[in-house]
Ligand binder design. Structure first.
Ligand SMILES: [Cu+2]
Length: 109
């Protein structure tokens, strides 16, 4: 009887720990932005400080995700990704430095 109780308690503790860890993970999200057909998709994302934004170039030509003074992927070859952890609040417009008509925005709350 006692042993059973102990086991139950232990599984509860494990459950709590698991929840604790997963909610810590959920605290910072990942946002995937595809670069496809000469466009950023989605063109606007809302993120929180600490979130990670990941751009993936799904085109055959190189692109970049560039917001001067905030982030810059540099040359992003086909099939490559760039990750950026958001650190400050604001609205950041960015472009592809190779194709400046490609524009998009990140809003940081
Ligand atoms: Cu481009």
């Amino acid at each position: 009887m006692r042993k059973r109780c102990k086991l139950r308690l232990t599984s509860k503790v494990v459950l709590l720990l698991t929840f604790g860890v997963s909610s810590a993970w959920a605290g910072s999200k990942e946002h995937l932005i595809s670069i496809r057909n000469m466009q950023f998709e989605p063109a606007a994302v809302n993120v929180n400080i600490g979130d990670m934004v990941i751009w993936k170039n799904e085109d055959l030509v190189p692109h970049s995700a560039t917001a001067k003074g905030v982030f810059d992927s540099g040359i992003l070859e086909s099939d490559k990704s760039y990750k950026f952890v958001v650190k400050k609040k604001g609205s950041f417009e960015y472009i592809c430095s190779f194709h400046p008509t490609m524009k998009a925005m990140i809003k940081v709350r």
